[in-house]
Each structure stands twice: as C-alpha cells, then as structure tokens.
Design a protein around this ligand. Structure first.
Ligand SMILES: *[C@@H]1O[C@H](CO)[C@@H](O)[C@H](O)[C@H]1NC(C)=O
Ligand SMILES: *[C@@H]1O[C@H](CO)[C@@H](O)[C@H](O)[C@H]1NC(C)=O
Length: 589
C-alpha cells in the first residue's frame, strides 16, 4: 500500500471511530427541551406518540435545523403521522410526512419546536437532526451560489483544505436549455457514516432543494451522475466535528438526446454536441465550422457553438410574415482524405406566432434527421423621464404627479436590426396579476385613452406616451401590461403597418408574433411630496371626494421592471421540407 493509501486508511479508521463516539443525544423519551448552541439529536419513537421537542434559542440568533434521516412509518398517512416544525410563535414552518425527502432544512429566528406524531402501527421511527444557531450575517461559511456555463467545476469551501464546520452551501447549476448535466466527483472526503447523517452532499435533480433528490453522499468515495434536465442543485451540509477535504466535482452540459441540441433565444442560437457523438461520425471539434468558416466552436467539451443572428453567415428569411434565421455547421476533413461521411447540421430559429421554433436537421449522406424545439422572446418595458427617451426611470417604484405625461418604451432583446415593434394593446390594472378592474389605453391598435400618443418606432423598439389617468387615483398601485407585435421592417403587409383594427377586421392579425410585457406599479405621489405650487395639489383638492384617496393617493409612481413574458409553445406537426430527402426522427424525439 502506498503511503498515501495508508494515511487514508488511518484517517478513515479514525473518522469511523470518531463518528461512533459522536455525542449524539439519543431521545427515546417523549419530548425534551434543549438550549445548547448546537446539538445533534436522534429521536426514536414508537406508536401512538405525540411529543414535542423544544429548541430554545435567543430571538437575536438564527436557528438552522438540518434533518438528515426521516424514517417514519411509510404505511401511515401524513394526517396521522408527521413531524411538524414550528417557529417561536408556534407558526408552522413545515410538516415532514412519511413520504417526505429524507433531507429537510429549516431556518428561523430564535426558538423552534418539533412535534412528532405517530399512528398506532407498532414499529420504531427514527429521525436524525442537527441544529445550530448563529447571529444573522455571521455564518460559519459563505459558500454556494449560481453556476452557469457549458462546463466547470465546484468544490467545497477551502478545498483541498479542510471544509468548515456548520457549513450549509447551496449551489444552483444551470446549463443551456435542451441539455442535461453530466456530473463526476473527482473526490469526496467527508465524515464517514453508513447513512450520511453528519456531513453530507445532497444532489437534487432540478433548480431548487424542493426538486427530487438524486443522491446523498458522504465518506470517502467518488460518484458519477446525470440530471434529467439543465438544472441541478448541490448542497453541502456539515456539522461541528470531523472536517476533511470536502469534495470536488466537474460538470459538463450534454444534449438531452445524447447527440445534439439547439436552443434559440431572441438573440442567438446555442448548439451543443456530445463530443463522443461527433467522434462517432469520424470528426472532432476542430473539424466543425459555421457557414462563415472563421466561426468555430466556443468550447470543445461539450462542443458548443454560439451562433449570432447577424454574422457568421447566418441567413435571415421572411416568408409569409414569419422570420427565420438559418446557419449550417459543416464537418470538413482537413489533411488526410478518409472515407468519412459528409455531415451538415442545419439549424433554423423561426420567430413563429408568439414563440420561437427551433429546427435542426442533420444531413448524413443525404439522410436528414430533424429536431425541433420552441423558445421565447424577451421584451422589456420601461419608463423614460422625457420624450427624447434619453434617461430611463430607474427608481422602483417611480412616483409621478397627476399632470405628468408618462413615456414608455418596449424594447426587444435582439441583435437583428430588421425587426420593428408595434404596441397592439396596453391596459392598466391595480394588481400585478392583472385580476380585477382594468383600464385600456390601447386595444387592437386603437387608442382608448385620448391622451395616448404613439411615437415613430425604431428598430427593435416601440414608444408611446399617455397622461396620468383617473384610474390611478382610485388604486394605491397600478400596473401596466402591453402586448407588443414583432414584425419584419421590410414587410409592408405586416401587422405593424396596419394600425387600428376594429372588431370585424380583427382576423387580419392572425399570423402575427405577439409578446406581453408588464411594468409597474404606478402610484400617486403623497401630497407632501408634491410641489405646493403645482397644479396637482389644486386638482387633488377638487377631485378628493373619497377619504381613501386623501390618505393614499397622490402623484403617480411608475416603476421600471423588465419582465419577459412568453410565449406559448407552438410545436408544428408538419413543416415544409426539401422533397429530395427522407426524414427520420432523432432518437429522443
Ligand atoms: C400531523 O399529525 C397530527 C397528529 O396526527 C395531525 O393533527 C396533523 O393534522 C398532521 N398534519 C398534517 C399536515 O397532516
Ligand atoms: C443576543 O442577546 C443576548 C441577550 O439576550 C446578548 O447577550 C447577545 O450578545 C446577543 N447576541 C447578538 C449576536 O447580538
């Protein structure tokens, strides 16, 4: 055995024995009260129990409770058997049911209570938890965070040094849409425990710790895992003793279907290949280019392309009011001539009705495979200070006065200068979810408010203004939602050039691309904020017939929020295809 192996062997023995020596408080009586700063507790209860364990901590500290074993009677219903976690005011923080995931974490100021109820089935239930408290903002370890990109690595704090005690780190990984995450731990070295009660890594197959648990790992091991989609949550939780090297993992984004994936945003296409798929075709990353052969992949594992809509040879087409962008990835053999197949990947992003359709063809010696997904537009709506649209309003909320004119701009996130926008409808609501009373400023392109004014629209943006309206006086907050139509600027018959469409002509607008965006809330300034000489105060005096309006509603506030609203999924069942090819679905379709 090499020296390192021997060392490892001794550390393992030491950690196993330490783990066994750990002064875990075994609770077999019914309920107890703890006041220690931290404590590992193993609760064992039998049938028909209804006991409460109290964790008594000062209100100026945060108490974190980490459940790592939840072994209840799985034959029982949650209404008969559960662990209810309550805060210091006896408000329920959460209920752990027999089918809940084994890892659960709660955080609350001050004290907490755990009420364990079991049904009449005769068996032993085991719950393991560790709690600790700390002054807010004074955590033992600052760790975790958002992780993006095609590939990368994550390691525990201080790695390869010893990890801190009382760490609770949450990493959120996100790779491009239509990919999954391939994960491989190069090292895991945490406290050894057969059931990973003490220090552990929990992996969740999704964007949060509410997603299904993929695995819980501890001890000295390595592991490989794969997610079902493009998000993964990694948690590291450690207790008060036995700190080793922690962990290191590498991740890589791979196409969901194991070969290739295409994702279109309003700005670009993202294409990802599994390198082994390209290898199986007889090529590698260096053999692949876009139509403009100076544009190659931005990453080789995975093989990833960022395809801009306006360069690298991307072809833009407008057909039947539908705008599409196409580029082709070609594999060219450099140097030695081989008997490799000719391969082309044809990618198209289509700005279809209310969505973006992604189409990818693979041509391999005249056989075409097709894959298709849908994406979305990004539109933001914001207020500007003046009609020259130089200064956006950054305050949120943005307070204005009743006689102010509000200037709004809708902006499409795109690199394509050939797209114009048209504000088709805009209405105000007192609620951010747009339930309740509404007030239309413009509908089907027709102004409904006589102060509404459209400014000439430029590339990728639409501008309009209106005056503060009566509606705003009646509600403390007002939100605006606008539907914006996206058109090709050279298409004279597009919806953007039709203006107001009355009810009986409305079907003309069927083949248009619309996106909604929301901005708000808008509020009236309080009286004290208003210039005492301004006309607003005078108007207020005339208008104030209701007491509530005197109390709340003065001036107007508007706030700038970028909201993207999206799009319904329009998957086309059939599409135009070149006649000379046969089609075959990609394996995952
Ligand atoms: C938890 O169990 C108790 C005791 O059986 C029951 O009163 C309570 O309703 C249960 N909670 C839930 C959410 O089912
Ligand atoms: C919390 O309050 C206690 C007194 O109740 C005080 O002794 C302690 O220093 C406070 N801790 C913090 C972190 O403020």
């Amino acid at each position: 055995m090499p020296p390192l192996g021997i060392l490892t062997f001794f550390i393992l023995c030491a950690s196993t024995s330490l783990a066994q020596d750990k002064s875990v408080d075994l609770q077999t009586r019914c309920g107890a009260s703890f006041s220690d700063t931290y404590k590992p507790v193993q609760i064992q209860v039998n049938e028909d129990s209804d006991c409460t364990w109290s964790i008594v901590r000062p209100a100026n500290e945060t108490t974190r409770i980490v459940f790592s074993i939840l072994d209840l009677n799985t034959a029982a219903d949650c209404s008969q058997e559960n662990v209810t976690v309550l805060d210091e005011n006896l408000q329920v923080l959460g209920v752990l049911c027999p089918n809940s995931p084994r890892i659960d974490v709660f955080e609350t100021p001050g004290s907490a209570y755990l009420r364990v109820s079991t049904n009449s089935d005769a068996l032993v239930r085991t719950v393991y938890l560790m709690y600790y408290s700390f002054a807010p903002g004074n955590e033992a370890a600052v760790c975790g965070g958002q992780v993006n990109g095609y590939s990368g690595s994550i390691s525990s704090p201080n790695y390869p040094g010893r990890h801190p005690h009382f760490a609770y780190c949450v990493w959120h990984l996100e790779t491009p849409k239509n990919t999954k995450i391939d994960l491989s731990f190069t090292e895991i070295f945490l406290e050894v425990d057969p059931v990973c009660r003490f220090d552990f890594i929990a992996l969740y197959d999704g964007p949060t710790t509410n997603s299904p648990i993929l695995d819980v790992l501890c001890g000295r091991t390595v592991a490989e895992l794969e997610t079902t989609s493009n998000t993964l949550t990694v948690v590291l939780s450690t207790d008060y003793a036995n700190s080793y090297f922690g962990f290191n993992l590498k991740y890589v984004a791979l196409p969901e279907n194991n070969s290739s994936s295409l994702f279109c945003s309003g700005e670009k296409m993202t294409v990802i290949f599994d390198p082994s798929y390209i290898n199986s075709l007889g090529y590698n990353a260096n053999d692949l280019t876009l139509i403009d052969t100076s544009c190659g992949p931005v990453s080789s594992n995975p093989i990833a392309f960022n395809v801009p809509f306006t360069s690298c040879g991307t072809v833009r087409k407008v057909e039947d009011h539908v705008i599409s962008y196409t580029n082709i990835i070609t594999a060219t053999s450099s140097g030695v001539i081989t008997r490799r197949k000719n391969i082309e990947f044809v990618m198209t992003c289509e700005l279809d009705n209310e969505s973006i359709v992604e189409i990818m063809y693979v041509t391999e010696n005249d056989i075409i495979q097709e894959s298709q997904e849908t994406g979305k537009y990004d539109i933001s709506l914001s207020f500007y200070q003046t009609q020259d649209y130089t200064t956006p309003v950054l305050e949120s909320p943005y307070y204005i006065e009743l006689n102010n004119t509000l200037f709004l701009q809708a902006t499409l996130k795109t690199e394509d200068p050939g797209l114009t926008l048209f504000t088709e409808s805009c209405f105000a609501s007192s609620k951010s979810n747009f339930n309740g009373p509404t007030y239309y400023l413009i509908q089907n392109g027709c102004a409904k408010d006589n102060t509404y004014h459209n400014f000439p629209s430029g590339s990728g943006l639409a501008r309009f203004s209106f005056s503060a309206f009566k509606f705003i006086e009646e509600y403390p907050s007002v939100y605006l939602q606008c539907r914006v139509v996206i058109c090709d600027s050279n298409d004279p018959g597009s919806r953007c050039n039709q203006g107001c469409i009355t009810r009986n002509r409305r079907d003309l607008g069927s083949n248009v691309r619309k996106v909604s965006a929301v901005v708000g809330p808008i509020r009236l300034k309080r009286q004290s904020d208003v210039d005492p000489l301004g006309s607003v105060s005078e108007k207020r005096g005339e208008d104030s017939t209701s007491e509530t309006s005197n109390i709340y509603l003065f001036g107007i506030l508007v706030l700038v929020v970028n909201v993207l609203l999206v799009a319904f999924i329009v998957l086309r069942n059939s599409r135009k295809k070149p006649n000379s090819y046969e089609y075959q679905a990609l394996p995952t379709e």
